[in-house]
Design a protein around this ligand. Structure first.
Ligand code: ACO
Length: 341
């Protein structure tokens, strides 16, 4: 059976480092609070020329270099992002243009922090149908543009960056062994980000008040309060712990392995306490959990592919290793996957 296998990884982080010390000057917080509650010490902030698509394209080039795959050989580009520079064209189409992947079709996935693992499962399904294809799966965000820098509850958590993987087919038993993905839109109010700029004022209006269509009333000013990430942190935390544990149990079952068989956990990096809980529950020692949240914060869809790239380039992943990856994000969306490296 053909399975999706990661043939190359790449990542790209903005230059600017926003440390906890610098944040102390922006909002009422402290390095001690941020480090002990989240594990974050620094995050990268995109500057000129470092938009979501530019970071994505550079991560993609590095992944293609590693895989030895030319841009013309890429047949599909999937970008998990909630912070594309534009609503249209998609970030994936902008990446296609940037790297010259003229034979690909390209689209974005909006699944917040789970965007990359959603993309991996999709790529696996495509590869099973057409094993000769090469697919780029990317997770990328420019969250610094969408956090309220006056809100200490959220602004300390997020950062910018991109990670990419070139996916091909493998028949030898390596690749994506099992995947369990979920979402629950009923809990969307606990973590959301309005898209005020494209809101049509008519759609939420009482029909009795709407009257005749009047184009003059379609102006849509940016609401200062409305377009930033809003999060009920404690509630999200509780849900993230339960949902991740549950999806991990299910994916281990599906793959027919136990926590003790796992060589590496390469998880979404939202909070170090969530990751330590997970490791303890599975009986996986802390040193087998790949953690880089201290350097980059939560880069949403980008955390998993950036972590894969750093673990891979750091020589930590050996052929045949059993890797567990998992994520949880706005929507809610979440899931877990098992990969034989
Ligand atoms: N500095 C100092 N104090 C702070 C800060 C800060 N930056 N932020 C909050 N506080 C205060 C609060 O005001 C509160 O004070 P109070 O007790 O006087 O009211 C106190 O610290 C504790 O606040 P909690 O919200 O209970 O803190 P908690 O321990 O839950 O940590 C955190 C907050 C880090 C946000 C945690 O809840 C968390 O990590 N949640 C999950 C995040 C996540 O997984 N998100 C999903 C992915 S994101 C995506 O999809 C884009």
């Amino acid at each position: 059976m053909f399975r999706a296998v990661i043939e190359g990884t790449g990542s790209c982080l903005p230059e600017y480092k926003l440390t906890n010390d610098k944040l102390e000057k922006l909002v009422e917080t402290s390095d001690e609070w941020i480090t002990s509650r989240t594990g974050i010490g620094c995050r990268r902030i995109a500057g000129p020329g470092e938009g979501t698509s530019k970071l994505s394209a550079e991560a993609a080039r590095r992944a293609m270099d590693m895989a030895g795959v030319a841009a013309e050989d890429i047949s599909m580009i999937i970008v998990g992002t909630i912070t594309s520079e534009m609503t249209m064209p998609s970030c994936a189409c902008m990446v296609q243009k940037e790297i010259g992947a003229v034979n690909a079709y390209a689209f974005d996935i909006s699944a917040a922090c789970s965007g990359f693992i959603y993309g991996l499962e999709l790529a696996d399904k495509m590869i099973k149908a057409e094993p000769e294809k090469k697919i780029l799966v990317i997770g990328a965000e420019n969250l610094s543009a969408r956090v309220n820098w006056r809100d200490r509850n959220t602004c300390v958590l997020f950062g910018d960056g991109a990670g990419a993987a070139v996916i091909g087919a493998d028949e030898s038993g390596r690749g994506l062994l099992a995947s369990k993905l979920f979402s629950d839109g009923r809990l969307g109010d606990l973590l959301y980000m309005d898209s005020a700029p494209s809101m049509n004022p008519y759609i939420n209006m009482d029909p009795a008040e709407a009257g005749d269509f009047d184009p003059a009333r379609l102006g849509c000013p940016l609401d200062d309060e409305g377009s930033y990430i809003k999060m009920a942190g404690r509630e999200v935390f509780k849900n993230a712990v339960l949902a991740m544990e549950n999806s991990v149990d299910q994916v281990l079952d599906e793959a027919g392995v136990s926590g003790r068989d796992i060589d590496w956990i390469i998880p979404h990096q939202a909070n170090i306490r969530i990751l330590h809980n997970l490791g303890e529950r599975l009986g996986v020692p802390q040193e087998k959990i790949f953690i880089n949240i201290h350097k980059y914060g939560n880069t949403s869809a980008a955390t998993v592919p950036i972590a894969f790239d750093e673990a891979n380039r750091g020589g930590l992943l050996k052929s045949g290793d059993l890797i567990l990856t998992c994520a949880f994000g706005g929507g809610f969306t979440w899931g877990a996957e098992i990969i034989r490296w």
